[in-house]
Design a protein around this ligand. Structure first.
Ligand SMILES: Nc1ncnc2c1ncn2[C@@H]1O[C@H](COP(=O)(O)OP(=O)(O)OP(=O)(O)O)[C@@H](O)[C@H]1O
Ligand SMILES: [Mg+2]
Length: 146
């Protein structure tokens, strides 16, 4: 979804890959979108999708050790489309199609259900996943506000 128009606002930030930053990212995206007056449902959906992507970067991208940076970016376009990017320079994903399948998880602790990508997909209009083993992962999500 290549956009012809320039964004009317954008932001980007870097956060350490520690679990407290899942809620920090939720808050940042909420504040950034507030001037657009999204509905409560839109806001909850976007926060949830961001939280899943950031959690994945922290838990799967970097894993234990807190060594790494999570990059969060967002843009708002004149037609009220929001584009959100969550990026890590962690271990990357071998098979993206497999990883995106509902219930697929590489977690062995029993803590994860393999539903993160499904949540991101259903709570946004479009989800793009780019990843290279050893290089990292970039998640791009689009949602048009009403
Ligand atoms: N940023 C990432 N870096 C490396 N691997 C990832 C990343 N994001 C996802 N994955 C891989 O994709 C799989 C599926 O991710 P998904 O978010 O759908 O499920 P989960 O994180 O395992 O469980 P849940 O999100 O329900 O807690 C993960 O188990 C992991 O192997
Ligand atoms: Mg997940």
């Amino acid at each position: 979804m290549r956009r012809k128009s320039e964004p009317k606002n954008h932001m980007s930030c870097e956060l350490r890959a520690v679990s407290v930053n899942e809620s920090v990212c939720r808050a940042i995206i909420g504040v950034f979108l507030a001037p657009e007056n999204p509905t409560a449902t839109e806001l909850a959906d976007i926060k949830c999708a961001v939280s899943e992507a950031v959690t994945n970067a922290i838990v799967h991208g970097y894993g234990a050790g807190n060594e790494g940076i999570v990059y969060l970016g967002a843009e708002i376009y004149p037609d009220r489309t929001v584009r959100i990017t969550v990026r890590d320079k962690g271990k990357g994903i071998e098979d993206i199609a497999l990883a995106r399948r509902p219930l697929y998880t590489t977690d062995t602790s029993g803590e994860r259900s393999g539903m993160g990508f499904s949540v991101m997909e259903s709570f946004t209009d479009r989800l793009r996943v780019l990843s290279r083993p050893g290089a990292g992962t970039r998640i791009t999500m689009y949602k048009r506000l009403s």
